[in-house]
Design a protein around this ligand. Structure first.
Ligand code: H2B
Length: 97
């Protein structure tokens, strides 16, 4: 379960092509979302939280009013894996981007 391999540089570059708005920062998949207001931001976080808990894969994130800053990394693997890419895609889907 926790043995998902870290993505290679090439795999990461390929994944980023499918994730507009996402970058790599400090070895983590990184994106800032800006919502209309706090309610929209926190509502989205609540929906993402359900997905994260169900898949036992959790984001590092901070919220300031309508802005949510996200960093995704697989702690058990010590790097970015397909699980982070999958969660990033779910986040985008739920944000409607
Ligand atoms: N989330 C993330 N992002 N990385 C992990 O390695 C991780 C997690 N491990 N959520 C899970 C929980 C692990 O600690 C539990 C015990 O399954």
């Amino acid at each position: 379960m926790s043995r998902t391999p870290i993505l290679s540089e090439a795999e990461l570059a390929e994944a980023l092509r499918t994730l507009p708005g996402w970058t790599i920062a400090n070895g983590k998949l990184h994106r800032t979302y800006r919502f209309h207001d706090f309610s929209a931001a926190f509502g989205w976080m609540a929906r993402v939280a359900l997905v994260a808990e169900k898949s036992d894969h959790h984001p590092e994130w901070t919220n300031v009013y309508a802005t949510v800053t996200v960093d995704l990394v697989t702690h058990d693997a010590g790097g970015i894996t397909s699980r982070d890419v999958a969660l990033a895609k779910e986040m985008d889907l739920l944000a409607g981007t």
